[in-house]
Each structure stands twice: as structure tokens, then as C-alpha cells.
Ligand binder design. Sequence first.
Ligand SMILES: [Fe+2]
Ligand SMILES: [Fe+2]
Length: 134
Amino acid sequence: MAFTWTKELETGNIQIDTEHKQLIKAINDLLEACSSGKGRNEVIRTVDFLSQYTKTHFAHEQVLQQKFHYPDYVNHKKYHEDFIKVVDGIAIRLKAEGATIQLVGEVNMQVGNWLINHIKREDVKVAKHILSQK
Ligand SMILES: [Fe+2]
Ligand SMILES: [Fe+2]
């Protein structure tokens, strides 16, 4: 089942929201590649894109946090770093083992659900802080 963008996920910061939509699409593309038997190359391509785009987005978000002196920057950066490790670990295993049911489950739970929760719990606070500083 694909992840969908909802109003609840909107932080109000256009750059952050645009990148979150792209990230959700990247997760859906990976899940689609895993489940539709599109083959190994497509799985590798989509997981590599997700890993790279995650890093790009987190870097942008962290620059914004520093620029606006976000008080919870250190913890937020740690959440990002831990998530990058999860995604990279899954990428390595997907390449080695292929899209097993176990791994697809991890993409759903540890990547998709994590991102949705992170946006709702943490990124909305960041966007609110930025707005209050402008
Ligand atoms: Fe974040
Ligand atoms: Fe984010």
C-alpha cells in the first residue's frame, strides 16, 4: 500500500513540504519496484535514489535549523543520522538479498512510517520555529 500525502503532513514551509512530497514519492517508487517484479535494477535504482535524496533533504533541513537557531537541533540531527543508517542498511540488504517480504515490511515500517511520524512530530516544530523567527 502506498503512502499518501495529507494535509496533516504540511509544515507550512514550502521548501520542506516540496521535499517531503518527493521523499514520499521515492518511498512509494521503491515499494512499487519491490512488489511489481520490476526486477533487480529498478529496485537498486529506486533505493539508491531514496538514500541520496534523504541525505539531500536532511542536509537542507539542518541548514535551515542552524540558520534559524532551532533549539532542538542536536536531537533532530541525531534522528536524521539514525534514519540514514536504517535506509543505508536496508539498501545494502536489498542489493544482497533482493526484495524479500521481510525487507519490504521494513521499508514500510522503518522507512515509510518513520518518515510520516518524523514529519508530524518533529518537522512541523521546525517549520513553526522558522515562521516565528521571520
Ligand atoms: Fe527532519
Ligand atoms: Fe524533513
